[in-house]
Design a protein around this ligand. Structure first.
Ligand code: SF4
Length: 195
């Protein structure tokens, strides 16, 4: 897999906040347009809410996201001297930032070891690989991966498992017939067109 280019912390934060419950392709298009118009926290804080909403319209929950990213931009200026904070505790103080978003930003923007658990990571680790069948919260999977993976794999785990979940171990019709993990995986392997 190609080496991941580190993004500026502000761009990583905004793009990741926008990605929640939205498809990757739309998120990247919308984020690129927004960050072209408002590349810095100052620009985004100054941008009228209606204008932010207009750009974010193709995304789910766009009004809520517009309010949250604008508020985050203004707080980055007023409370963090214009710099996105680089700790989980501080990132979690922004409205619209949960553990998944915060951990992805910590890894993508700051190169810190952190495991982002999204729906792909949660369902594959818990149900498909059967590693934590009773897990109720993403935080349990996050803890499990941190305890069982070397630290230098924590950040990459999200990227690899998400890509695997999108291409092979899909939520519907997983490609078990051609999956390289078929021998190790405990999931019942019916032919993928029967699943
Ligand atoms: S064998 Fe099937 S269920 Fe198991 S990891 Fe591969 S695609 Fe997923």
């Amino acid at each position: 897999m190609a080496k991941v280019k580190r993004r500026s912390p502000f761009h990583a934060l905004i793009t990741t906040m926008l990605s929640v419950r939205s498809r990757d392709g739309v998120t990247h298009r919308v984020a690129a347009r927004l960050l072209k118009e408002a590349p810095t926290p100052e620009d985004l804080c100054r941008m009228p809410l209606k204008e932010v909403e207009k750009i974010l319209r193709p995304l789910g929950f766009y009004r809520q996201k517009a309010r949250n990213i604008k508020e985050a931009a203004c707080r980055i200026i007023s409370e963090y001297s214009g710099q996105v904070p680089d700790t989980l505790e501080e990132l979690l103080k922004f409205r619209g930032v949960g553990r998944k978003v915060a951990n992805i930003v910590l890894y993508n923007a700051f190169g810190k070891p952190a495991v982002g658990v999204d729906t792909h990571v949660f369902r594959i680790v818990k149900d498909r690989w059967g590693l934590l069948p009773d897990a109720k919260e993403p935080e349990e999977v996050e803890r499990f991966l941190m305890e069982n993976l070397p630290k230098n794999m924590w950040g990459k785990a999200n990227r690899y498992i998400v890509a695997f979940g999108q291409a092979i171990c899909k939520p519907v019709r997983p490609q078990c017939d051609t999956c390289p993990l078929r021998k190790e995986c405990p999931y019942p392997h019916r032919s993928s067109d029967q699943i």
